[in-house]
Design a protein around this ligand. Structure first.
Ligand SMILES: Nc1nc2c(c(=O)[nH]1)N[C@H]1C(S)=C(S)[C@@H](COP(=O)(O)O)O[C@H]1N2
Ligand SMILES: [Mo]
Length: 517
């Protein structure tokens, strides 16, 4: 009888396990990413390890604690697979029994995960079947390397055949492992993406304990070319550093409020949804918005007030900055004082009546009225670290942007915009103006060098949103320049001095050239 050495067996075992895990990830594209055996077993571990060990893992690995757990589980599994493979050289039945045992563990874990259907059994089952086939091929079947048997003096031909056989075995073993890794990564990518959109579709948001005020009649002038008062989710600007949109499953999500606090807080998505919610209209704006630009939008946000959570955590004296950190490691720093001064800063879960869109931060993001997004609006937020401005620079600060970013008073002409044909006679000039959390008191329009004229400012839900404005113009033939400027409720008129967006937001009057013919 020819026999394979135990080292080859170990490689065969690892290849079989890799094939099982890789294929299981692909099957999980259909059955849900949480039914993949690694994730399922990892989930069981997370749910059952003591909180102290979890905290230890988090101190050690930070936001990568889950990745560390998955890698740890995979390494353990591959070590066992090597052992079982080595045993299977002598006792093939042991190899198949080992695969059966792992299949049973994978199936049991997947079926007992929250909301698992019967389909959750398939990744582990099909993976195990593929592992069995791989093990047979490499240990007993056509790919098994034959060992030299005619001792003490094997013929030259026998020896050459044995060498070729070993080469073929190594090549196929490594090929199986590489192929399985490619399958596994591709499957993982596809299935998380899928499962996060389906997880989002299943979210049922609670009714707000404190609902948003009605949008007053007349807040939206409904003029063609004028931005609507509320920006629909699919038209809302999107700015972030994420190359691929982070896919954060609400069941895996948790938020840690920690750092310089008396009491550390950890919340799951279910914990968050169980807290009393507020719903508020807040206009977000990007610091990179040029004068006249459209990196601004107004939405109705549903969320939990941050003040309440910070009051519970009790920031220590001098901890003047709260750093938000996203699932993909982006950071932003917000003054602690701003989050606790009574404004409607919140951990938002809903946008215009729907769960947050994935690209706008699903499952949870921060919204703070009055601050540019880069210092406040962390999407896919997983951590709030209470620290100080002296101790920590968030993502954009070393890149030349100001550590603090209150939104500057600005105004924009939406119509006319220079294109299209204007006729002499009545023309409605209209646009938006914003000074979040201070409010807009006055908007003025200037045509050429004529005196500034006061526009009609529409009503708004609150000082935390933009306002629409309109002005009746008796247009005369010729080329004209239209200018707009706003004054906030503190009586300060926006500056005419042009400034670039960097370091803390553009200034200057929005100006539009038109031809009336
Ligand atoms: N995780 C994460 N959150 C982020 C950012 C980012 O790059 N990563 N960009 C911020 C910036 S600069 C802005 S202006 C707002 C934009 O939010 P929106 O894409 O929902 O409009 O998100 C903020 N939150
Ligand atoms: Mo931004």
């Amino acid at each position: 009888m020819t026999r394979t050495s135990w080292k080859f067996g170990a490689l065969a075992g690892v290849a079989a396990a890799a094939v099982a895990l890789g294929l299981a990830e692909v099957v999980a594209v259909l059955t849900g990413s949480r039914s993949a055996p690694l994730v399922a077993v990892g989930g069981v571990v997370v749910d059952h390890v003591p909180e102290s060990l979890k905290q230890f893992a988090i101190t050690l690995f930070g936001v990568h604690d889950k990745t560390a757990l998955l890698i740890g589980t995979a390494v353990l599994l591959l070590a066992f697979a090597a052992l079982i493979g080595a045993l299977s050289v002598r006792w093939p039945a042991a190899g198949f029994a080992g695969i059966g045992l792992f299949a049973a563990i994978g199936v049991a874990a997947a079926l007992t995960r929250p909301d698992a259907g019967i389909g959750a059994a398939f990744p582990a089952l099909l993976g195990a079947a593929a592992a069995g086939a791989t093990l047979w091929l490499l240990v007993l079947g056509p790919l098994a390397p034959a060992e030299v048997t005619a001792l003490p003096a094997p013929s030259v031909q026998e020896e050459e055949e044995a060498v070729a056989g070993r080469r073929r075995f190594l090549r196929s073993g490594l090929l199986f492992i590489a192929g399985a890794a490619v399958l596994g990564f591709a499957g993982r990518l596809l299935s998380t993406r899928r499962s996060v959109s389906s997880a989002r579709a299943e979210v049922r948001l609670p009714a707000p304990a404190s609902p948003a005020p009605e949008v007053p009649a007349g807040a939206d002038l409904r003029l063609a070319d004028l931005s609507s008062y509320v920006t629909p989710n699919d038209a809302f600007y999107r700015i972030d550093t994420a190359l691929v949109v982070p896919q954060v499953d609400p069941l895996d999500w948790s938020l840690r409020i920690h750092g310089r606090v008396r009491k550390e807080i950890r919340l799951s998505y279910a914990d968050l949804l169980a807290l009393p919610m507020i719903e508020r209209y807040v206009t977000l704006a990007c610091v990179s918005n040029e004068v006249g630009g459209d990196l601004i939008g107004n939405a109705r946000w549903l969320g939990v007030p941050l003040k309440r959570l910070l009051d519970e955590a009790q920031p220590l004296d001098g901890a003047d900055q709260v750093v938000g950190r996203s699932a993909d490691g982006w950071t932003c720093g917000t003054p602690t004082e701003v989050l606790r001064d009574g404004r409607d800063a919140m951990l938002a879960v809903g946008m215009n009546g729907a769960p947050l869109p994935i690209e706008h931060g699903f499952p949870v993001r921060v919204v703070v009225p009055g601050l540019y997004g880069y210092v406040s609006a962390t999407k896919w937020v997983v951590e709030l670290e209470v620290t100080s401005f002296a101790d920590y620079d968030a993502y954009w600060v070393p890149r030349g942007w100001s550590a603090k970013g209150p939104i500057k008073t600005q105004s924009r002409i939406d119509t006319p915009r220079g294109r299209g044909d204007l006729k002499p006679g009545p023309v409605t000039v209209a646009g938006v103006a914003w000074a979040q959390h201070r409010g807009i008191a006055k908007v003025e329009v200037q045509v050429d060098d004529a005196p500034w004229q006061e526009a009609r400012v529409a009503r708004a839900v609150s000082d935390d949103t933009w306002v629409q404005w309109s002005w009746h113009w008796e247009a005369e033939s010729g080329d004209h320049v239209l200018r707009v400027r706003a004054t906030d409720k503190n009586g300060e008129t926006q500056t005419s001095q042009p400034a670039e967006v960097i370091p803390d937001g553009a200034t200057g009057y929005h100006t539009v050239s038109v031809t009336v013919a």
